[in-house]
Design a protein around this ligand. Structure first.
Ligand code: HPA
Length: 254
C-alpha cells in the first residue's frame, strides 16, 4: 500500500493489470493530492504483488471500515504479507528530512478502530492481539536491506493522528514524551485490519518533514510531496530488495 507521493513504485511493475478504484465495488477513492487511485496487480522482479496505489484516509471523511476495505480485499485474496508505506513527520530529533524508517510499533491516537461494530468472524477474532503487529523478521529484513543500500537503518514508533490539520508544536512535544518517533495520518486502520486477518505486516515511513515546531517554519503538503519525490529512488530500491525476502518468509511464518 503506497503512501502519499510514493505511488511511482507501481509504475515499475511488469505484467501489470491496472484497475481504477472507481471500478471496484466498495473501494474508497483517495481524494488527497499525491495519490493515484488504482489497484495494480503485477510483478516486482519475480515476486507477484498486488499494489494499492493510493489510499483513503480517515480525514477524508471515510469511516475506518471504508478505509480498511482494500486491506480486507487483500486478505480475502490470500495475501500473506502486507507492506504499508506512508509519509510521516519526524518527531525523533535524530531523524532528518528524507529518512526512511521501519515502523516497530504504533500508538493509535485517531480515536477510531476499524474493528468497531459486530465482529466479522470470517476475518478474525473479536479481540485480536496487537503485541506483534509489525512482524519482527520483516523488520530485520528491511533494516538489513536498507544497510546494504547505504540507507541508515532506522526503526521507530508511529503515532497515528486523525488530521487533516498538522499537529501543533505542543502536540509534537506530547508525542515525543509518550514515545513516538513519527507522526502521520494513516496506516493504523490498515495495520489493525491486516493483523485481525492474520496477515503479517511491514510498515515503512518516509520522513517527509520534521514535525511541527522542530524547525522554525510552517509545514505544508507541498513539502511532503517534494521530499517523497526526492527519495523515491531509494524508497523503490528498498521495496524491491525487501519484497523477495519477505515473500519467502511469508510462506513459513504464521
Ligand atoms: N504530521 C502528520 N502527518 C504527516 C506529517 C506530519 O508532520 N508529514 C507527513 N504526514
Amino acid at each position: 500500500m503506497l503512501g502519499s507521493g510514493l505511488g511511482a513504485f507501481a509504475d515499475g511493475l511488469t505484467d501489470a493489470v491496472r484497475i481504477p478504484y472507481a471500478q471496484i465495488p466498495s473501494f474508497p477513492r483517495s481524494t488527497a493530492v499525491g495519490h493515484a487511485s488504482q489497484f495494480v496487480v503485477g510483478k516486482s522482479g519475480d515476486v507477484p504483488v498486488a499494489v494499492l496505489q493510493g489510499r483513503a484516509h480517515l480525514y477524508e471523511g471515510y469511516s475506518p471500515e471504508e478505509v480498511s476495505v482494500p486491506t480486507r480485499v487483500l486478505g480475502r485474496m490470500g495475501v500473506r504479507a502486507v507492506v504499508l508505506t506512508n509519509a510521516a513527520g519526524g518527531v525523533n530529533l535524530d531523524y532528518g528530512q528524507g529518512a526512511l524508517v521501519v515502523i516497530r510499533d504504533h500508538i493509535n491516537l485517531q480515536g477510531r478502530n476499524p474493528l468497531v461494530g459486530a465482529n466479522e468472524d470470517r476475518f478474525g477474532p473479536r479481540f485480536p492481539d496487537m503485541t506483534y503487529t509489525y512482524t519482527k523478521s520483516y523488520r530485520e529484513v528491511a533494516l538489513e536491506e536498507a544497510k546494504k543500500l547505504g540507507i541508515p537503518p532506522r526503526e521507530g514508533v508511529y503515532a497515528g493522528v486523525l488530521g487533516p490539520s498538522f499537529e501543533t508544536p505542543a502536540e509534537i512535544r506530547f508525542l515525543r514524551t509518550i514515545g513516538a518517533d513519527l507522526v502521520g495520518m494513516s496506516t493504523i486502520p490498515e495495520a489493525i485490519a491486516a493483523r485481525h486477518m492474520g496477515m503479517n505486516v511491514l510498515a515503512i515511513s518516509c520522513v517527509t518533514n520534521m514535525a511541527a515546531g522542530i524547525l522554525d517554519q510552517p509545514l505544508s503538503h507541498e513539502e511532503v510531496l517534494e521530499t517523497t519525490a526526492r527519495v523515491m529512488g531509494q524508497f523503490i530500491a528498498l521495496l524491491r530488495a525487501v519484497l523477495p525476502r519477505i515473500s519467502e518468509l511469508a510462506a513459513s511464518i504464521e
